[in-house]
Design a protein around this ligand. Structure first.
Ligand SMILES: Nc1nc2c(ncn2[C@@H]2O[C@H](COP(=O)(O)OP(=O)(O)OP(=O)(O)O)[C@@H](O)[C@H]2O)c(=O)[nH]1
Ligand SMILES: [Mg+2]
Length: 396
């Protein structure tokens, strides 16, 4: 099963509460305060890994809850910190924060407020001090700022929290709560027996949408049966399923093309795109997210016009569907490739295409018979290298 979008609830561990205790020992009837501190709660950390290629793990484990810190103990013993939860996700995972369901309004009772113990100000504040026995929940806004630098087409999924593209890249999704201080921290010369300690902070939590957008250099788009998978298999070691019926490919496939100087390019073959895909015709167009990061696109046309289709109409609908998904896709360099040139009607169709659609250079190939593939390899490399140089110049 290929999972590229999944909703996840994540909650970091709560901090353990501080302890209120007093030292007891023979012949020392009034030993000082000895309550230990609570341990910190565990974080939820995402780590990008190139060993994974989809979000299946999160599909089976959609609730991520990290360990809470242990409460402090007597005899000055601190509680253990909760273990961090490290979640591996494939490279190319974006995380969106979903709006959480409205929290119930806190009950305000004036009488209770009046009786509530007065908070003691301390330097480490941010958290109210509680008297022993009473625990008051502390609402803290520890939400992380989104990474504003990510220049990606952002559909209305909430706010973008992170984008993990490099192997080993980490991001703390939810921060564990700090452990509360034990009462021994509050002893002063005038208050030698403090009967209060701090509660632990709650860990941050939230509902998130994990979205995978594969990271490849070149994306191949085309109508079903145009020969996208045949082309990928011909120029790389990928072995996608190839069959003469539409929608053979249901999930994106990645292949690696290697050049004599060991330069490698990754190609992504996505399912077939057809007119009306934006209205969910065929497999819809959601899978186009996997070509959103590609540096260049290949538009593959079936020049033989199988099933009485006209290649020029296919071209127009493909451009239209790409634009409807994200106009930024059309700003990428693209190569239009005419496939199945070995078949009889292809030559005539090619002439017709050039007459009907001007100023669109075409590269004729036959993926099944290995014709025109060296030129194809060369063209995609040039496109990618130009795109890389342009991106470098833009950054400088
Ligand atoms: N004659 C000829 N047939 C080809 C060529 N390329 C692909 N085909 C045939 O076209 C059919 C479809 O090929 P696929 O590679 O599965 O097409 P696809 O674009 O990946 O199709 P979907 O995965 O359904 O979107 C297969 O029967 C291939 O053998 C070609 O260059 N010449
Ligand atoms: Mg295919």
């Amino acid at each position: 099963m290929f999972v590229d979008e999944v909703k996840v609830f994540a909650r970091a561990g709560h901090g353990g509460k501080g302890c209120v205790a007093f030292h007891r020992e023979a012949y020392r009837p009034k030993g000082g305060p000895s309550g230990g501190n609570g341990g910190h709660g565990g974080d939820i950390i995402l780590e990008a890994s190139h060993d994974l290629n989809n979000l299946i793990n999160q599909f089976y484990q959609p609730r991520l809850i990290a360990e809470s810190g242990e409460a402090g103990m007597g005899k000055g013993m601190d509680g253990h910190a909760g273990k961090d939860m490290i979640i591996k996700v494939p490279c190319g995972t974006l995380v969106w924060r979903l709006p959480s369901p409205a929290a119930p309004a806190p009950e305000t009772d004036d009488e209770e407020e009046a009786d509530a113990p007065t908070a003691v100000p301390i330097a480490t504040a941010g958290r109210p001090i509680i008297r022993s026995g009473g625990v008051r929940a502390v609402e803290l806004d520890l939400t992380q700022e989104p990474d504003e630098e990510v220049p990606l087409h952002a559909p209305s999924k909430g706010e973008l929290v992170c984008d993990l593209t490099q192997n080993g890249q980490r991001f703390t999704l939810c921060k564990g709560g700090r452990g509360g201080l034990g009462n021994r921290n509050f002893a002063t010369s005038v208050r030698q027996a403090p009967r209060f300690a701090q509660p632990g902070e709650p860990g941050t939590e939230g509902n998130f949408l994990f979205e995978l957008r594969l990271v490849a250099d070149v994306g191949i788009v085309g109508y079903p049966n145009a020969g996208k998978s045949t082309l990928l298999a011909a120029i790389s070691k990928a072995r996608p399923k190839i069959a003469p019926y539409p929608f053979t490919t249901l999930t994106p496939q990645i292949g690696i093309v290697e050049y004599p100087d060991f330069r490698r390019l990754t190609l992504c073959d996505v399912p077939g795109l057809i007119a009306g895909a934006h209205q969910n015709v065929g497999l819809g167009h959601k899978f186009l997210r996997h070509i959103a990061r590609c540096q260049a696109l290949v538009i593959l046309l079936d020049m033989a016009g199988t099933d009485n289709r006209a290649p020029w109409d296919d071209y127009k609908s493909l451009i239209e569907e790409l634009e409807l998904y994200d106009p930024a896709l059309l700003e990428k360099p693209r190569l239009v490739v005419a496939n199945k040139m070995d078949e009889a009607p292809a030559e005539a169709n090619l002439k017709n295409f050039k007459r009907k659609i001007r100023k669109v250079p075409l590269l004729p190939i036959s993926a099944a018979f290995d014709e025109g593939l060296p030129a194809f390899r060369k063209s995609i490399r040039e496109m990618v290298e130009d795109a890389e140089a342009e991106a470098k110049a833009r950054r400088a």
